[in-house]
Ligand binder design. Structure first.
Ligand SMILES: [Fe+2]
Length: 272
């Protein structure tokens, strides 16, 4: 039977006991208020094309935008790129050469996201995304060099930013709110390919409302662990997803490098 990769023999690590008390209610109120005042984006609509979803998800009926775009004929492609910020960048005769969206050179703008939803029924799992620290590529998500929290975030989310700065990271390479609209789910996927890196990278997920049904499964989807903690570190080589619920849910994901003392404290407590 396959097993979860986990961390140090645990399916995930509940970090709440190792951190100063977090004012979850205040943070939750600030985030919900703040999300009404900032521009948010969508993500996750090309996980199938990225080949990071579980086999059962690859065959589910939810449409993926890059799989859809890759089958466009010339007219369909022209309609799609007419919505780009600069349509002249794209030659319809070379349409097979372009990639669009998350982690590509051609992120979708809001018009293109809406068009892919309305015209082709594309499913974007996370429709409310806001970055406190933005990464350029997946590979730099744990490196903080040259990155900072924007002034807007400090102004709109002061308590949340103070919380982020108080966490035991020596650097943060990516920090964002992943919000799921009511009834939406996050498809079962892996962020990191198993075996592609030696050590589990450091990350924290904070769910102030504690109402997101995040779960982990092994390769065979025989072992399943529901994560009840409001602050946790999980191994994103494990399959993970979020169940649908009839209300909006979100979490804050922080990727970076933990303070060595924090890692040592976790190890002392958990690995003895
Ligand atoms: Fe993920």
């Amino acid at each position: 039977m396959a097993r979860l990769h986990g961390i140090w023999g645990y399916p995930y690590i509940d970090l709440e006991p190792f951190l100063a008390p977090v004012p979850f209610e205040e943070i939750h109120e600030e985030i919900c208020l703040g999300l009404t005042q900032v521009d948010v984006s969508c993500t996750g609509g090309s996980l199938k094309w990225m080949q990071v979803v579980a086999p059962a998800v690859a065959d589910d009926p939810y449409a993926d935008y890059m799989l859809t775009i890759s089958k466009f004929d010339r007219a369909q492609f022209e309609a799609f790129v007419s919505l780009a910020d600069d349509p002249s960048l794209f030659d319809p005769d070379r349409r097979a050469e372009y990639s669009f969206g998350d982690e590509t050179d051609h992120p979708l703008n809001e018009r293109q996201i809406l068009y892919m939803k309305y015209r082709y029924g594309v499913y974007f799992p996370w429709k409310v995304v806001y970055h406190f620290v933005e990464n350029q590529r997946w590979e730099d998500k744990n490196q903080g060099a040259g990155k900072s929290i924007p002034v807007e975030a400090e102004r709109i989310f002061p308590k949340t930013v103070a919380l982020l700065r108080s966490l035991p990271f020596v650097e943060i390479g990516r920090c964002l709110i992943f919000g799921l609209e009511a009834n939406d789910h996050a498809p079962l996927h892996q962020d990191t390919a198993p075996g592609s890196i030696e050590q589990v990278e450091h990350c924290m997920t904070i769910c102030p409302a504690g109402n997101k049904r995040f779960y982990l499964t092994d390769d065979d989807q025989e072992e399943r662990v529901d994560v009840a903690s409001r602050i946790y570190w999980f191994n994103d080589m494990d399959w993970h997803g979020v169940e649908p619920d009839p209300y909006f849910r979100y979490s804050i994901r922080i990727d970076g490098v933990f303070e060595p003392e924090f890692v040592a404290r976790l190890r002392r407590k958990l690995c003895s």
